[in-house]
Design a protein around this ligand. Structure first.
Ligand SMILES: [Zn+2]
Length: 243
Protein backbone atom coordinates (compact mmCIF):
# COMPACT_ATOMS: atom_id res chain seq x y z
CA UNK A 1 0.00 0.00 0.00
CA UNK A 2 1.12 3.46 -0.80
CA UNK A 3 1.27 6.46 1.49
CA UNK A 4 -1.65 8.91 1.26
CA UNK A 5 -1.60 12.48 2.46
CA UNK A 6 -4.06 15.28 3.22
CA UNK A 7 -3.71 18.83 4.52
CA UNK A 8 -5.18 19.81 7.88
CA UNK A 9 -5.54 23.59 8.26
CA UNK A 10 -4.39 25.14 11.52
CA UNK A 11 -3.57 28.57 12.93
CA UNK A 12 -4.02 31.38 10.41
CA UNK A 13 -2.65 29.76 7.25
CA UNK A 14 -0.58 26.74 8.30
CA UNK A 15 -1.03 23.15 7.20
CA UNK A 16 -0.44 20.07 9.30
CA UNK A 17 -0.07 17.05 7.00
CA UNK A 18 -1.82 13.79 7.84
CA UNK A 19 -0.23 10.65 6.38
CA UNK A 20 -1.65 7.16 6.23
CA UNK A 21 0.37 4.07 5.40
CA UNK A 22 0.09 0.31 5.42
CA UNK A 23 -1.67 -1.57 8.23
CA UNK A 24 -3.40 1.52 9.63
CA UNK A 25 -0.24 3.49 10.28
CA UNK A 26 -0.80 7.22 10.83
CA UNK A 27 1.68 10.10 10.96
CA UNK A 28 1.46 13.86 11.04
CA UNK A 29 3.92 16.52 9.98
CA UNK A 30 4.41 19.90 11.69
CA UNK A 31 1.58 20.15 14.24
CA UNK A 32 1.63 23.89 14.83
CA UNK A 33 -1.56 23.53 16.82
CA UNK A 34 -2.65 20.50 18.85
CA UNK A 35 -6.46 20.48 18.60
CA UNK A 36 -6.80 20.17 14.80
CA UNK A 37 -3.98 17.61 14.73
CA UNK A 38 -5.62 15.46 17.40
CA UNK A 39 -9.04 15.75 15.72
CA UNK A 40 -7.56 14.72 12.35
CA UNK A 41 -5.76 11.72 13.85
CA UNK A 42 -8.89 10.57 15.67
CA UNK A 43 -10.93 10.93 12.50
CA UNK A 44 -8.33 9.01 10.49
CA UNK A 45 -9.01 5.73 12.20
CA UNK A 46 -8.58 4.01 15.49
CA UNK A 47 -6.95 6.95 17.24
CA UNK A 48 -3.50 5.64 16.44
CA UNK A 49 -0.55 7.94 15.81
CA UNK A 50 2.82 6.40 14.97
CA UNK A 51 4.96 9.39 14.11
CA UNK A 52 5.27 13.18 14.29
CA UNK A 53 7.63 14.47 11.59
CA UNK A 54 9.12 17.96 12.06
CA UNK A 55 10.63 20.04 9.25
CA UNK A 56 11.96 22.94 11.34
CA UNK A 57 11.85 24.63 14.73
CA UNK A 58 9.45 27.55 14.16
CA UNK A 59 6.59 27.72 16.65
CA UNK A 60 3.88 27.54 14.00
CA UNK A 61 5.23 24.07 13.09
CA UNK A 62 5.96 22.60 16.54
CA UNK A 63 3.73 24.30 19.12
CA UNK A 64 1.27 21.39 19.16
CA UNK A 65 3.84 18.62 19.59
CA UNK A 66 3.74 18.33 23.40
CA UNK A 67 -0.06 18.11 23.59
CA UNK A 68 -0.29 15.70 20.65
CA UNK A 69 2.40 13.51 22.21
CA UNK A 70 0.52 13.69 25.50
CA UNK A 71 -2.61 12.40 23.77
CA UNK A 72 -0.74 9.76 21.71
CA UNK A 73 2.30 8.76 23.81
CA UNK A 74 3.32 6.07 21.30
CA UNK A 75 4.00 8.62 18.57
CA UNK A 76 7.70 9.00 17.80
CA UNK A 77 8.86 12.57 17.28
CA UNK A 78 11.28 12.85 14.35
CA UNK A 79 13.48 15.85 13.54
CA UNK A 80 16.91 17.02 12.49
CA UNK A 81 19.59 16.11 15.01
CA UNK A 82 21.41 19.37 14.23
CA UNK A 83 18.39 21.31 15.54
CA UNK A 84 17.61 19.04 18.49
CA UNK A 85 18.42 21.86 20.91
CA UNK A 86 15.53 23.95 19.60
CA UNK A 87 13.03 21.26 18.62
CA UNK A 88 10.73 19.39 21.04
CA UNK A 89 12.38 16.27 22.53
CA UNK A 90 13.14 13.90 19.64
CA UNK A 91 12.55 10.15 19.78
CA UNK A 92 14.36 9.78 16.48
CA UNK A 93 17.05 12.33 15.62
CA UNK A 94 17.87 12.15 11.91
CA UNK A 95 20.36 13.74 9.55
CA UNK A 96 20.11 14.57 5.84
CA UNK A 97 20.68 11.38 3.86
CA UNK A 98 18.97 9.18 6.46
CA UNK A 99 15.75 7.32 5.76
CA UNK A 100 12.77 7.17 8.14
CA UNK A 101 10.54 4.10 8.03
CA UNK A 102 6.78 4.64 8.22
CA UNK A 103 3.77 2.51 7.34
CA UNK A 104 5.61 -0.03 5.23
CA UNK A 105 7.41 2.72 3.35
CA UNK A 106 10.39 5.00 3.92
CA UNK A 107 11.11 8.71 3.65
CA UNK A 108 14.45 10.14 2.59
CA UNK A 109 15.59 13.07 4.73
CA UNK A 110 16.64 15.92 2.42
CA UNK A 111 18.80 18.82 3.60
CA UNK A 112 16.75 22.02 3.06
CA UNK A 113 18.56 25.01 4.62
CA UNK A 114 17.66 28.58 3.66
CA UNK A 115 14.49 29.44 5.59
CA UNK A 116 16.23 28.10 8.70
CA UNK A 117 19.68 26.60 9.02
CA UNK A 118 18.44 23.18 10.13
CA UNK A 119 15.36 22.66 7.99
CA UNK A 120 14.82 19.25 6.38
CA UNK A 121 12.26 17.82 3.94
CA UNK A 122 10.93 14.26 3.92
CA UNK A 123 10.49 12.51 0.57
CA UNK A 124 8.34 9.39 0.35
CA UNK A 125 9.14 7.85 -3.05
CA UNK A 126 6.27 5.40 -2.55
CA UNK A 127 3.28 7.70 -2.40
CA UNK A 128 5.22 10.29 -4.39
CA UNK A 129 5.11 13.11 -1.89
CA UNK A 130 7.48 15.50 -0.21
CA UNK A 131 6.90 17.29 3.09
CA UNK A 132 8.83 20.48 2.49
CA UNK A 133 7.84 22.77 5.38
CA UNK A 134 8.70 26.38 4.65
CA UNK A 135 11.32 25.68 1.95
CA UNK A 136 9.15 25.36 -1.16
CA UNK A 137 5.63 26.78 -1.37
CA UNK A 138 3.28 26.67 -4.30
CA UNK A 139 4.48 29.58 -6.49
CA UNK A 140 6.94 30.68 -3.80
CA UNK A 141 9.73 29.76 -1.41
CA UNK A 142 10.44 30.45 2.24
CA UNK A 143 11.89 33.70 3.49
CA UNK A 144 15.63 33.60 4.12
CA UNK A 145 15.43 34.01 7.88
CA UNK A 146 18.68 32.21 8.76
CA UNK A 147 20.16 30.97 5.52
CA UNK A 148 21.57 32.44 2.33
CA UNK A 149 20.19 32.62 -1.19
CA UNK A 150 22.88 30.12 -2.19
CA UNK A 151 21.64 27.62 0.41
CA UNK A 152 18.02 28.12 -0.68
CA UNK A 153 19.03 27.71 -4.33
CA UNK A 154 20.66 24.35 -3.54
CA UNK A 155 17.67 23.31 -1.39
CA UNK A 156 15.24 24.13 -4.21
CA UNK A 157 17.42 22.31 -6.77
CA UNK A 158 17.34 19.17 -4.61
CA UNK A 159 13.54 19.31 -4.47
CA UNK A 160 13.29 20.08 -8.20
CA UNK A 161 15.18 16.85 -8.90
CA UNK A 162 12.32 14.76 -7.47
CA UNK A 163 9.92 13.14 -9.96
CA UNK A 164 7.40 15.51 -11.55
CA UNK A 165 4.40 13.70 -10.09
CA UNK A 166 5.70 14.26 -6.52
CA UNK A 167 3.06 15.95 -4.38
CA UNK A 168 4.44 19.15 -2.86
CA UNK A 169 3.13 19.26 0.73
CA UNK A 170 4.17 22.66 2.06
CA UNK A 171 3.61 24.39 5.37
CA UNK A 172 1.38 27.30 4.44
CA UNK A 173 -1.57 28.39 2.30
CA UNK A 174 0.28 31.20 0.53
CA UNK A 175 -0.57 30.36 -3.08
CA UNK A 176 -2.85 33.30 -3.92
CA UNK A 177 -0.52 35.96 -2.52
CA UNK A 178 2.47 34.16 -4.05
CA UNK A 179 0.67 34.19 -7.41
CA UNK A 180 0.28 37.97 -7.30
CA UNK A 181 4.04 38.39 -6.90
CA UNK A 182 4.98 35.58 -9.30
CA UNK A 183 2.95 37.24 -12.06
CA UNK A 184 5.13 40.36 -11.72
CA UNK A 185 8.19 38.16 -12.41
CA UNK A 186 6.75 36.08 -15.25
CA UNK A 187 3.64 37.89 -16.53
CA UNK A 188 3.58 35.88 -19.78
CA UNK A 189 3.99 32.41 -18.24
CA UNK A 190 0.83 30.55 -19.31
CA UNK A 191 1.29 27.78 -16.72
CA UNK A 192 1.59 30.41 -13.99
CA UNK A 193 -1.48 32.28 -15.18
CA UNK A 194 -3.47 29.04 -15.22
CA UNK A 195 -2.22 28.09 -11.77
CA UNK A 196 -3.10 31.54 -10.38
CA UNK A 197 -6.65 31.20 -11.74
CA UNK A 198 -6.92 27.67 -10.35
CA UNK A 199 -5.76 28.77 -6.89
CA UNK A 200 -8.23 31.65 -6.87
CA UNK A 201 -11.09 29.27 -7.69
CA UNK A 202 -9.93 26.74 -5.09
CA UNK A 203 -9.84 29.39 -2.35
CA UNK A 204 -13.19 30.84 -3.41
CA UNK A 205 -14.62 27.32 -2.98
CA UNK A 206 -13.02 27.07 0.47
CA UNK A 207 -10.54 24.39 -0.60
CA UNK A 208 -6.77 24.15 -0.03
CA UNK A 209 -4.57 24.92 -3.05
CA UNK A 210 -2.11 22.24 -1.98
CA UNK A 211 -0.71 19.72 -2.46
CA UNK A 212 0.49 20.80 -5.86
CA UNK A 213 2.93 18.75 -7.95
CA UNK A 214 6.61 19.29 -8.62
CA UNK A 215 5.90 19.39 -12.38
CA UNK A 216 3.35 22.17 -11.86
CA UNK A 217 5.81 24.13 -9.70
CA UNK A 218 8.62 23.66 -12.22
CA UNK A 219 6.34 25.16 -14.85
CA UNK A 220 4.95 28.03 -12.79
CA UNK A 221 7.05 28.86 -9.70
CA UNK A 222 9.63 31.61 -10.44
CA UNK A 223 11.68 30.69 -7.35
CA UNK A 224 12.02 27.06 -8.43
CA UNK A 225 12.65 28.20 -12.02
CA UNK A 226 15.41 30.69 -11.09
CA UNK A 227 18.39 29.66 -13.24
CA UNK A 228 21.05 30.83 -10.80
CA UNK A 229 21.67 32.08 -7.26
CA UNK A 230 21.72 35.76 -8.28
CA UNK A 231 18.27 35.51 -9.87
CA UNK A 232 16.85 33.73 -6.86
CA UNK A 233 18.40 36.31 -4.50
CA UNK A 234 16.96 39.17 -6.56
CA UNK A 235 13.38 37.85 -6.67
CA UNK A 236 13.49 36.75 -3.02
CA UNK A 237 14.46 40.31 -1.98
CA UNK A 238 11.77 41.77 -4.25
CA UNK A 239 9.18 39.44 -2.71
CA UNK A 240 10.18 40.55 0.80
CA UNK A 241 9.29 44.13 -0.18
CA UNK A 242 6.18 43.23 -2.22
CA UNK A 243 2.79 44.35 -0.91
ZN1 LIG B 1 9.08 28.63 9.32
Amino acid sequence: MSITVEPVPCLQDNYIWLLRGAAGAVAICDPGEAAPAIAAVEKAGAGRLDMILLTHHHGDHIAGVAAVKGRFPGARVVGNRADAHRLPPLDLAVAPGDTVGFGGSAAAVIDSPGHTRGEVSYHFAEGALVLCGDTLFSLGCGRLIEGTAEEMFRSLRALAALPGETLVCCGHEYTESNARFALTVEPDNAALRARAAEAKAQRAAGRPTVPTTMAQELAANPFLRAPDVATLARIRTAKDDFR
